[in-house]
Design a protein around this ligand. Structure first.
Ligand SMILES: Nc1ncnc2c1ncn2[C@@H]1O[C@H](COP(=O)(O)OP(=O)(O)O)[C@@H](O)[C@H]1O
Ligand SMILES: [Mg+2]
Length: 223
């Protein structure tokens, strides 16, 4: 379980201070999908980056199992991210000079994960990407790129997947397909999935749903 407690974050540019997160607490349960809905600029990416140890809060704590993540040295944090976290970024960050399959395998190569090839076969099949595996990112549609990014996020079978507006740049049909795939992946590999979105239809798929408003995170029963 990933537990964030009393997280606050203010950006400071010179004398100006922009408070973005105020006392945010969140417990991510294994095998569930958590959604965080908020408009553009509400702090979704900031929160996801803090949960993913890519950014540090000003105060609060972040624990995964027995690890206090805010005190881990950088080297151990990098290993933690590689083994336990999978990221799906809004703009995918696929490397243009590598094929879809090569991109998806990068975290497995870093981890020397012997199951990488088998899992990539399984997931490309699940995602309907078998015909596209030798294509470069520039030759893929937006929906295909998200799916490759999702395979890359899953390749080391992490406990936590953090997805920042994964459907934000997709049309409705592709967005629905990607959400179905998140659900299939979750049933197959049982990670905890966190999805940020500004779209109520996407937010509604969460087992745990939250709204981020004025720096505060509210759990809600329905969207
Ligand atoms: N590195 C930064 N420095 C200063 N302000 C930032 C930085 N990153 C984001 N912000 C500001 O913080 C607010 C929240 O940003 P962000 O977390 O990206 O929101 P969202 O992902 O919900 O659109 C925005 O007003 C944004 O302009
Ligand atoms: Mg964002």
């Amino acid at each position: 379980m990933l537990i964030a407690d009393h997280i606050s974050k203010t950006y400071r540019n010179g004398v100006k201070a922009l408070p973005v997160l105020t006392d945010v607490s969140l417990a991510l349960k294994p095998g569930t999908i958590a959604t965080i809905m908020g408009p553009s600029g509400s702090g979704k990416s900031t929160l996801l980056n803090i949960l993913g140890t890519l950014d540090q809060p000003d105060s609060g704590s972040l624990h995964f199992q027995d690890n206090d993540l805010l005190t881990l040295p950088n080297r151990e944090l990098a290993r933690f991210r590689n083994q336990h976290l999978g990221f799906v970024f809004q703009f995918h960050h696929l490397l243009p000079e590598f094929t879809a399959r090569e991109n998806a395998l990068i975290p497995a190569t870093i981890a020397r994960n012997p199951d990488g090839e088998r899992i990539v076969d399984d997931l490309f099949h699940l995602m309907g990407l078998r015909e596209r595996e030798d294509h470069y990112p520039g030759e893929l549609s937006g929906g295909e790129r998200v799916r490759v990014a999702l395979v890359r996020a899953l390749i080391n079978q992490p406990e936590i997947i953090l997805a920042d507006e994964p459907t934000g740049n997709l049309d409705q049909g592709n967005a629905a397909k990607v959400l179905d795939l998140f659900r299939s992946v979750q049933e197959r590999y049982h990670p905890c999935v966190v999805i940020t979105t500004h779209n109520p239809e996407v937010a509604a798929i969460g087992d745990q749903k939250h709204i981020l408003d004025q720096g505060t995170l509210f759990p809600v029963d329905s969207i």
